[in-house]
Design a protein around this ligand. Structure first.
Ligand code: ADP
Ligand code: 5GP
Length: 188
């Protein structure tokens, strides 16, 4: 048995956050990776819990020092997965990383040899269900919804590059499927 890095990706609203919470609650051998960001903390966010908050200079120094598994820019701020944090966690636990498809493929391309990530794509049963989950979350206006659906189509088009594709229809069944994948990959 060995500790592994599981990367969970999928369209916004598909249920990643909900599934990851369930997995973490039930398995003490799993930890969630904490990313670095240059954006300002929101009310209630804690450094080292929600993100490691860095200045732009600190972030770019880490980029220079090859300190990230992957990084990207969103809405004018940098976000990245810190190598040292993931390495440290993996001494004791398997680590879950929830990042987008591009980030996941970057991890495999840049650090596949050291971290040997298991790539899992969570997809909705169909588009109608994804729309209703996004609407149910009530955080989207019509434009944001359209953008997220276009993005979802792009993410689904890359599914052949994933190790596992899991349809999130029934929540508990999907969580079980993810537990099976995690258990099987630990033995490899
Ligand atoms: P993501 O993290 O992928 O953006 P969330 O975990 O926030 O998605 O889930 C989006 C919404 O869909 C939430 O309201 C969540 O409760 C709901 N949801 C997640 N999985 C399921 C499921 N299998 N069946 C029904 N609703 C679900
Ligand atoms: P927010 O500022 O709302 O917390 O996150 C903005 C975006 O940054 C989200 O789409 C989120 O998935 C993405 N993000 C968060 N952490 C990372 C990371 O470590 N790497 C990459 N590539 N994106 C991230």
């Amino acid at each position: 048995m060995r500790n592994r890095l599981y990367i969970i990706s999928g369209p916004s609203g598909v249920g990643k956050g909900t599934l990851v919470k369930l997995l973490l609650k039930e398995d003490e051998g799993l930890a969630l990776s904490v990313s670095c960001t240059t954006r300002q903390p929101r009310a209630g966010e804690k450094d080292g819990v929600d993100y490691f908050f860095l200045t732009k200079e600190e972030f770019l120094q880490r980029v220079e020092a090859d300190g990230f598994l992957e990084y990207d820019e969103h809405f004018g701020n940098y976000y990245g997965t810190p190598k040292s944090f993931v390495r440290e966690q993996m001494k004791n636990k398997s680590v879950i990383l929830e990042i987008d498809v591009v980030g996941a493929l970057n991890v495999r391309a840049r650090c596949g040899e050291e971290f040997a990530p298991v790539l899992i794509l969570v997809i909705p049963p169909d588009e109608k269900t994804l729309i209703s989950r996004l609407k149910g979350r009530a955080s989207e206006d019509e434009n944001a919804l359209k953008e997220r659906l276009a993005r979802a189509k792009y993410e689904l088009s890359l599914k052949d590059q994933y190790d596992y594709v899991v349809v999130n229809d029934d929540l508990l069944e999907t969580a079980e499927r993810l537990k099976e994948i995690i258990a099987a990959e630990k033995e490899k």
